[in-house]
Design a protein around this ligand. Structure first.
Ligand code: MN
Length: 267
């Protein structure tokens, strides 16, 4: 392809997208939980270090400290609210990318949705197995190379109630063998979940591999997205995910706005 025709092709694709966005043929769906002092954080044993809940302090609000200016200082952990887990988040990925090093090509990528909300409604400790994913691929085609597997559990509907959301540590996750397989034998870049973390609430007690999703995915240089909501608005396949963590230098992750582009006729 010549330089000129390459330019024409890329201009054309952007023009098509612009028209589709203007007409509503492509919709932008926000999968991000609102961020506030009430946003749930992961509960850890008391002897462990603890992530901060979101907090803020007014710098000025049209007052003596800034008559024309409203702004706040904020404080939170890298893993508070809807957020992105980078490979260095876990010991198994400690020599791999931090959040600032994640290639931007991975931050705009296709996504598919596996719906296990019925199984989770029956058992909050439900673990996704390799069999469930292979049943899904038999029906819906392959997992997206370079894209995201979004694990729909219905848990996002609990996200306005901290007690319901944490559920005394009984929240769904991914079985160790499935996490290992997804990490090392598929071409996905990451897994997105509705729960407070990518692993099950009870994953710290797993004998064979505690926190298997973190361990295996980050060992493979892959990512996590947590506390997503609204996954029921997405098609099974065909969405494009835009995940935008802050480029915190050396950071293990970041609060993240997560948007999905979907064709209106594909929902
Ligand atoms: Mn995290």
């Amino acid at each position: 392809m010549t330089a000129m025709s390459q330019q024409q092709a890329s201009t054309s694709a952007i023009e098509l997208l612009t028209v589709a966005l203007e007409s509503g043929a492509v919709e932008v769906i926000d999968l991000t939980a609102p961020l506030s002092e009430d946003t749930p954080v992961i509960p850890l044993p008391p002897e462990r270090g603890q992530p901060w809940s979101f907090r803020r302090q007014v710098i000025s609000r049209y007052d003596a400290l800034g008559p024309q200016v409203y702004w706040n200082n904020i404080a939170l952990s890298e893993h508070t609210g809807t957020h992105f887990d980078a490979p260095v988040h876990w010991a198994s990925g400690r020599h791999l990318h931090d959040v600032q090093q994640v290639p931007t090509s991975h931050l705009v990528a296709p996504a598919v949705v596996l719906d296990a909300s019925a199984e989770v409604a029956a058992d909050p400790d439900f673990l996704l197995g390799r069999r469930h994913v292979e049943d899904w691929t038999d029906r819906h085609g392959p997992l997206p190379a370079g894209g995201w597997l979004l694990y729909r559990t219905g848990w996002g509907s609990r996200s306005t109630d901290n007690v319901d959301f944490i559920n005394d540590g009984h929240t769904p996750g991914i079985a160790p063998d499935c996490a290992r397989w997804l990490a090392h034998e598929t071409d996905i870049v990451g897994i997105g979940v509705e729960t407070v973390g990518t692993d099950a609430g009870q994953a710290g007690t797993f004998v064979d591999q505690p926190y298997p999703c973190h361990w295996h995915m980050h060992a493979a240089g892959k990512y996590g997205l947590t506390q997503l909501r609204g996954l029921e608005q997405l098609p099974v396949r065909g969405a494009v995910l835009i995940a935008s963590p802050l480029p915190i230098v050396g950071g293990s992750g970041s609060p993240c706005r997560v948007l999905a582009l979907v064709s209106r006729d594909r929902r």
